[in-house]
Design a protein around this ligand. Structure first.
Ligand code: FES
Length: 132
């Protein structure tokens, strides 16, 4: 049955469909900070704020359209951080250097590929050692 055969069904499907994306890619980088000595550590202590700022500036220099790079609070992958996730793909990365950021920008955001050696995967997480 086509939508022409069932206009009410087509209208209902349109009403319940997801709206278009605001951005082709939305990057979230954790910059959460915890006190020194916290058992889980934090991404801020792993230079995430500088890396996020670098990524934002480089994305602008590269003229990436439809890409938004945002700061995030704790993404619950603290021990693996600095933690980054890119949507809509839901691919997680742990970039440790500006060279890692450059690789993610070029390979993932520009070319649409993936950077497997920087990815986090379910099951990578070590046991949590302390409170959030
Ligand atoms: S502090 Fe960054 S993921 Fe938890």
């Amino acid at each position: 049955m086509s939508p022409d055969d069932n206009p009410a069904g087509a209208a209902n499907a349109a009403a319940t469909a997801d709206p278009p994306l605001f951005y082709a890619r939305h990057v979230f980088m954790c910059t959460n900070v915890r006190p020194d000595g916290h058992p889980r550590g934090c991404c801020k202590a792993k230079d995430s704020e500088r890396l996020r700022n670098y990524m934002k500036a480089r994305a602008k220099e590269l003229g990436l359209k439809d890409v938004r790079i945002n700061t995030a609070g704790c993404l619950e992958r603290c021990e693996l951080g600095p933690s980054m996730v890119i949507y809509p793909e839901g691919v997680w990365y742990s970039p440790k250097t500006t060279a890692d950021i450059d690789e993610i920008l070029k390979t993932h955001l520009v070319e649409g590929g993936r950077v497997p050696h920087l990815m986090m995967r379910p099951g990578d997480d070590p046991p949590k050692k302390g409170k959030d």
